[in-house]
Design a protein around this ligand. Structure first.
Ligand SMILES: *[C@@H]1O[C@H](CO)[C@@H](O)[C@H](O)[C@H]1NC(C)=O
Ligand SMILES: *[C@@H]1O[C@H](CO)[C@@H](O)[C@H](O)[C@H]1NC(C)=O
Ligand SMILES: *[C@@H]1O[C@H](CO)[C@@H](O)[C@H](O)[C@H]1NC(C)=O
Ligand SMILES: *[C@@H]1O[C@H](CO)[C@@H](O)[C@H](O)[C@H]1NC(C)=O
Ligand SMILES: *[C@@H]1O[C@H](CO)[C@@H](O)[C@H](O)[C@H]1NC(C)=O
Ligand SMILES: *[C@@H]1O[C@H](CO)[C@@H](O)[C@H](O)[C@H]1NC(C)=O
Ligand SMILES: *[C@@H]1O[C@H](CO)[C@@H](O)[C@H](O)[C@H]1NC(C)=O
Length: 473
């Protein structure tokens, strides 16, 4: 008898070792069994389908590792409710005091914002993790990893991509709030349910217009708010006041802050802070916004830069003829809120002492960040309407991000990581995030869709002038 030497454990083709008859038997039996199994499945399936009408066949895909090629990322699409299907007109983001006029909208927004703050920090859609995308503590989100060359978040600063990266970032925040509001509205009693459902459908995040109202909005300083919940009136923690860091996160945050030698003073209470040691923080913010000419510089973005995108977009291309940029005005607001500044006579830059998270690389943990950045996005959108042909041109950014080493050229096709579109596979770029209608919102100034581009440009400039012009007394 022939013995096989070194028989392979799993022969490639087991049929090779059989004689003809055995092979025939094996194949026939296998085929018959297969036919029988298919028949049983078919008959069983049809019977089950008819026996239980309305049965939906569900396939639950296996959980995939986030590094797998077929992994689908969080889809950032923005809020998709309340959009007129004929005209495409989307609900506007409103200035905070106007936003406060809808009692139902405010009730939903505050409850949903609070729910987000209270989500477990291990959930990638918790406020903690969403805030952690922007700057510190320099950790991966939604499995988007790369070579970290510089302790930084994913946000692009000192780059032509500064304005546009923050657009899908806010859309992610907005879609979570909107999704929650739509669900919550359904829980109200019948007599008010319609009013809440209508409010939920047009709910978009509000903005703080620090250029027209250079002081802290009253609501952000109130620790509690009374809202009408589906179960009646309730006194809730005001989510716009501060964020309490989830248990076990503060040490990591403090360690990350130490990398950049940030003053540890802001990590002493376990919650975000806004300069508690100052007697009148609101007054200080007002004074500092005034000293930094925030209103005038916002106006000048439209009048002094000749529609030059790279100077408009970023502080990275600063020169003596272009001392203003959106990023620079944006930095001023962070400093005015999160630091105590001293400006010495004749000095080019203000010196500032950190006293709140808004002045740090952890600014996005203060819920005020989203009110501030919604205004930055608005100014960007208005600027785009005034200069529709100006946009991202390839430029080197001298600052790295969580994914991109410093000194690479950013351009219109650079992925705006970690934000992926509808398919969960294609990252946004400046090209695909250019138009705000992609994300299902607009601003009041841009609502009239019947205007031609030159009409819209003039219309927006008139509003900018009436809101921010230095002639305004
Ligand atoms: C958060 O989730 C983690 C992991 O699921 C769990 O171990 C932890 O207890 C949760 N924390 C809270 C405060 O619920
Ligand atoms: C990380 O850097 C190494 C060495 O420079 C390189 O080989 C690798 O492709 C990089 N990985 C990513 C994801 O950029
Ligand atoms: C700050 O001051 C302004 C104007 O003086 C006022 O309208 C606003 O409510 C104040 N904000 C806070 C948080 O006190
Ligand atoms: C809401 O609750 C807080 C904390 O319990 C309390 O200090 C505050 O007075 C309450 N506000 C109202 C309007 O009841
Ligand atoms: C603000 O504007 C005033 C008056 O135009 C000017 O003297 C001052 O230098 C400006 N300050 C800053 C920080 O730009
Ligand atoms: C980027 O380039 C600038 C200017 O050439 C240089 O000073 C800086 O060190 C570079 N940064 C890195 C991280 O290589
Ligand atoms: C933005 O997209 C909308 C909807 O597709 C379109 O009507 C509008 O013209 C676009 N705006 C610009 C400036 O391209």
């Amino acid at each position: 008898m022939k013995t096989l030497r070194n028989p392979p454990l799993y022969p490639r083709n087991p049929l090779r070792h059989m004689d003809h008859a055995a092979r025939f038997n094996y194949v026939t039996r296998a085929l018959m069994f297969l036919a029988f199994a298919i028949g049983v499945l078919l008959i069983g399936g049809v019977a089950l389908k008819y026996a239980t009408p309305g049965l939906v066949w569900k396939f639950t895909p296996p959980r995939l590792s986030s590094t797998a090629a077929h992994y689908r990322h969080v889809r950032v699409v923005g809020a998709k409710t309340g959009i007129n299907s004929e005209t495409g007109s989307a609900p506007p983001r409103l200035e905070l005091s106007e936003f406060m006029n809808s009692a139902e909208g405010v009730d939903l927004y505050l409850q949903c914002h609070l729910e987000l703050l209270n989500k477990n920090a291990s959930d990638k859609l918790s406020f903690y993790q969403i805030a952690a995308i922007h700057g510190g503590p320099y950790q991966a989100w939604d499995g988007v990893t790369g070579n970290v060359t510089f302790p930084s978040g994913y946000a692009t600063h000192r780059s032509v991509l500064f304005p546009v990266w923050h657009r899908p970032y806010l859309a992610l925040f907005e879609q979570i709030i909107s999704g929650c509001a739509v669900k919550l509205a359904k829980e109200y009693d019948e007599d008010v349910r319609k009013a809440y459902e209508d409010a939920a459908s047009v709910l978009r995040i509000p903005y703080w217009d620090w250029a027209a109202k250079p002081w802290l909005p009253a609501i952000v300083a109130q620790p509690f708010r009374t809202v009408r919940t589906p179960k009646g009136l309730a006194n809730i923690t005001n989510p716009l006041h501060q964020f309490t860091f989830p248990e076990g996160t503060v040490d990591g945050l403090r360690a990350a802050a130490a990398i950049h030698k940030e003053d540890p003073i802001i990590w002493t209470t376990g919650a975000t802070m806004r300069c508690p040691q100052l007697a009148d923080h609101n007054g200080t913010v007002s004074d500092q916004l005034g000293t930094l000419n925030t209103t005038l510089r916002t106006y000048q973005l439209f009048t002094e830069l000749d529609g030059d995108y790279e100077h408009f977009a970023s502080i990275g291309y600063w020169d003596v003829h272009h001392r203003i940029s959106l990023e620079n005005v944006h930095n001023s607001v962070h400093l005015a809120v999160g630091t105590e500044m001293t400006i010495e006579e004749g000095a080019e830059w203000a010196r500032s002492r950190l006293c709140g998270h808004m002045g740090s690389d952890f600014a996005s943990f203060d819920p005020l960040f989203f009110l501030h950045h919604a205004n930055i996005d608005r100014i960007f959108a208005l600027w785009q309407a005034v200069f529709p042909d100006s946009y991202v041109t390839p430029r080197i950014s001298d600052l790295g991000t969580y994914l991109r080493p410093a000194n690479l050229t950013d351009n219109i096709d650079t992925p705006l990581q970690p934000f992926f579109g509808e398919d969960g596979k294609t990252p946004y770029t400046a090209a695909t995030a250019r138009n705000i209608s992609t994300f299902g919102y607009t601003y009041l100034e841009l609502m009239d869709l019947t205007m031609s581009p030159p009409e819209l440009s003039e219309h927006v400039l008139r509003i900018i002038s009436s809101l921010y012009s230095e002639k305004k007394s």
